[in-house]
Design a binder for this molecule. Structure first.
Ligand SMILES: CN1c2c(nc(N)[nH]c2=O)NC[C@@H]1CNc1ccc(C(=O)N[C@@H](CCC(=O)N[C@@H](CCC(=O)N[C@@H](CCC(=O)O)C(=O)O)C(=O)O)C(=O)O)cc1
Ligand SMILES: N[C@@H](CCS)C(=O)O
Ligand SMILES: [Zn+2]
Length: 754
């Protein structure tokens, strides 16, 4: 081994401390700045980001973790694996964005979630005609940039096994791993070039190996790394895994000549000591949680590291995964109370923890005793804080859980609801949000800066609600919504109103491309100090004789898109959130609202990566939804909505939710979801999306009608609803109106055929 290091992180955020990259990229797309100006913003962000990591004390700094959109897309470019349909775009940057977002004539790559995080990657398409070819320009130029700034740079590249396992095979049923032997020469070439360019280490990310993998897949990975590590001209290889344990893949990979292993010791529990080959390698111990925002328990991390020192010769300290998943720094939050602030660590603070632990390892704990003392004090105030143990919340929850949380049988409920609602067959509705126009966002920004007061803001949002209700009446939809103009985000909006959550001012985290979210911090016991949605919904209802749906976000989605407590099981937090949502459903019902939708788009997202852990998750998540929705009368219809998912693994759970009506993303999966639902005995109302809201295209009356006829083959008419496949907040007003007009007309057409 050439040189080694003691402290690092596996990757860092890239969107910019104040979302500079988002703004510059969107300006470039809009034609307001040119490519040079965009590149200049990107370069400044990269150089500043790397210099910060160095100045904080890391002695190995990851590079090539910057991206204009996504690291899987970057790897597709690196390996020459962009789909043929973007080849007509001459400029490389525009070709890259065409693959990411599509153009008027080019469909984009699909996007899906990155393991069990709230980050979404672009899925490379690999077909029999894909001819891989290396284009190392990005990683080489980012390495050169860093080295010229005197940074101890370690290029990071997604490994060949993960790249293939996460890509989509097009035009073949052959597993993509069979293409590994075509990729290995490219990786070999890359490693040679990186070595020549001055890299002493390269990090190859193989997170796909922490899931359930077949013996063949593990053997393919072992053989690949045996081949790569046998090369003479190359940097030392750090094989990085994260989001869980490698288990049987670890000894297999450790049997090769790979020099280093980065292991996640927060989400995973790999036993390093039981793999003798690791004794002679560098183990990069991911003891600082890269995905959550809690300050580390330094004593416990140091004792984990101390135990490892007994079985390995060289040890470095790291975060458990890239810091892509946490905000930049706590310094950007002015309004956190002192106690809560002391419990938290965002990106910069986590880097400091890594450095502190590495210093403790190399120079003794005394040299950083102050840091340890602060961490200990924070842990102690956190444990004793009354907000984390609210007797009234816990008492109420226990009482509700002890009473039944089931509802009457679905058929009885349907009869009671039909009588109250008297809807036509194939009722039409939408999922909740209407376009979030710049007028709406500007009003919200003006409220934040104090330019307008709360009363003026409410007036403007009520005007939006009135417009959306009038539009739906004009279009003749059957079940209306208020349009959600007052919501910045379907999770953050509720977190801002619930006790036990802290909503950050600047805690932005990349969700995909230039889109970001601010995950709220769930730190305490959850309760609802006052009604959250009743005024908005009853206002909308006052404007129409048609039913208006109450609109809430469910407990599982609220947790999935928040930073959650690590001091109690997630199931307990879910039940507390569920209780607050249940309170809101009861108030909506009392205010005369007859249909309440509780969205759970993230139900699939928290599904554990290993099959053996999934049952327990599905049990508590379904339980929390039922707790949230079983406080109302049989005559109140509970709707739910699911999207963003391959539903396969959770299809039984969807039936278990027992919602009277489930609207579900299906426009792109051609009703397959209905067959899947039938296969688990689902016999409740269902609205398979018949309008793909991820595209600006206006679906025609004929195609929607055809989808409905198709759906009627799988679902009896009395159970079928007609709706888009998700909310309309990201779409433009003109296309939304045209699409919904066609949707209503198609429903009427098919009704006439019944
Ligand atoms: C649906 N999804 C969601 C996920 N997670 C969530 N927490 N929420 C989700 O909706 N995960 C899975 C998917 C991911 N999809 C998306 C889709 C779209 C976005 C997105 O558009 N994000 C916006 C920010 C949204 C927001 O919070 N808006 C606020 C603040 C807006 C803002 O930045 N305002 C400006 C000033 C106003 C202006 O000029 O527009 C400012 O403050 O500087 C709001 O509306 O008030 C984004 O822009 O990235 C995310 C995930
Ligand atoms: N009610 C939300 C659900 C999105 S998944 C909306 O319509 O935007
Ligand atoms: Zn949705």
């Amino acid at each position: 081994m050439t040189t080694t290091f003691t402290s690092t992180v596996l990757g860092s955020p890239r969107i910019g401390p104040h979302r500079e990259l988002k703004r510059a990229t969107e300006s470039y797309w809009a034609g307001r700045i040119d490519a040079d100006a965009l590149q200049a913003v990107a370069r400044d962000l990269r150089r500043q980001g790397l210099a910060d990591l160095r100045d904080l004390g890391l002695d190995s700094v990851p590079v090539n973790t910057f991206s204009f959109y996504d690291q899987m897309l970057d790897t597709a470019v690196l390996l020459g694996a962009l789909p043929d349909r973007v080849a007509s775009v001459a400029d490389p940057l525009d070709r890259y964005f065409a693959a990411a977002r599509g153009t008027d004539t080019i469909a984009p790559l699909e996007m899906t979630k990155w393991f069990d995080t709230n980050y979404h990657y672009l899925v490379p398409e690999i077909s029999p005609s894909t001819t891989f070819a290396l284009d190392p320009s990005k990683v080489l130029s980012e390495l050169a940039e860093a080295l010229s700034d005197g940074i101890a740079a370690r290029p990071v590249v997604i490994g060949p096994v993960t790249f293939l396992l996460l890509s989509k095979a097009v035009g073949t049923d052959e597993p993509l791993l069979s293409r590994l032997e075509e990729l290995l020469p490219l990786y070999a070439d890359l490693l040679g070039r990186l070595a020549k360019a001055g890299a002493s280490w390269v990090q190859l990310d193989e997170p796909a190996l922490v899931g359930d993998r077949t013996d063949e897949e593990i053997e393919a990975a072992r053989a690949a790394y045996e081949q790569l590590s046998a090369l003479s001209e190359r940097p030392s290889i750090l094989l990085a895994s994260y989001f869980g344990s490698l288990r049987e893949a670890l000894p297999a990979l450790a049997s090769t000549d790979v020099e280093g292993f980065a292991v996640d010791l927060v989400a995973g529990q790999d036993s390093i000591g039981s793999v003798p080959e690791l004794a002679r390698k560098l183990v990069v111990a991911g003891v600082v949680d890269g995905r959550n925002i809690w300050r580390s328990d330094l004593d416990s991390a140091l004792s984990t590291l101390g135990a490892l020192l007994g079985s390995v010769d060289t040890l470095a300290v790291s975060t458990s995964c890239s810091l892509l998943h946490v905000p930049y720094t706590l310094d950007a939050e002015a309004d956190v109370d002192k106690a809560l602030r002391s419990w938290l660590a965002f990106g910069t603070e986590k880097v400091k923890e890594v450095v502190t632990l590495a210093t403790a390892l190399t120079q003794g704990r005394e040299s950083v005793e102050d840091e340890f003392a602060l961490a200990r004090a924070a842990a102690s105030t956190r444990k004793d804080d009354r907000r984390l143990n609210d007797a009234s919340v816990r008492g109420r929850l226990a009482a509700v859980l002890n009473s039944a949380t089931g509802r009457a049988p679905a058929a009885e409920r349907r009869a009671a609801q039909d009588e109250l609602l008297s809807l036509p067959p194939l009722p039409t509705t939408t999922i909740g949000s209407y376009p979030q126009t710049s007028k709406i966002r500007i009003a919200r920004a003006a409220l934040r800066t104090g330019e307008i007061d709360e009363a003026e803001y409410v007036n403007r949002m009520r005007a939006e609600v009135a417009e959306v209700v009038a539009l739906q009446e004009k279009l003749d939809l059957d079940v209306l919504v208020h349009g959600e103009p007052e919501r910045n985000d379907m999770v953050q909006y509720f977190a801002e109103q619930l006790d036990g959550f802290f909503a950050t001012a600047n805690g932005w985290v990349q969700s995909y491309g230039t889109r970001c979210v601010r995950p709220p911090i769930l730190y305490g016991d959850v309760s609802r100090p006052k009604q959250m949605t009743v005024d908005w919904i009853t206002y909308a209802q006052s404007l129409t004789d048609k039913p208006v749906k109450g609109m809430l976000t469910g407990p599982v989605t609220i947790l999935a898109w928040s930073f959650v407590r690590d001091d109690q099981p997630l199931a307990d937090s879910a039940n507390q959130v569920a209780l607050a949502i249940r309170d809101e459903t009861v108030d909506l019902q009392a205010a005369g609202i007859g249909i309440i939708q509780v969205d759970e788009p993230a139900l699939r997202e928290l599904l554990p990566l290993r099959a053996e852990d999934q049952r327990a998750y599905l049990d508590w998540s379904v339980g929390a939804f039922r707790l949230a929705t079983s406080g109302v009368a049989d005559s109140t219809a509970i709707h739910t909505h699911l999207c963003y998912s391959e539903f396969g693994a959770v299809i039984g759970a969807i039936a278990g939710l027992d919602a009277d009506v489930t609207s579900i993303e299906a426009a792109r999966s051609h009703m397959e979801v209905l067959d899947d639902l039938s296969s688990v005995g689902f016999d409740l109302g269902v609205g398979p999306g018949v309008y793909d809201i991820h595209s600006p295209r206006v679906p025609s009356v004929d195609e929607i009608a055809e989808s409905l006829r198709e759906a009627l083959k799988a679902v009896p008419v009395e159970r079928l609803w007609v709706n888009p496949d998700c909310g309309l907040k990201t779409r433009g007003s003109v296309e939304v109106e045209a699409s919904l007009r066609n949707l209503v007309e198609a429903a009427k057409l098919v009704r006439a055929e019944l």
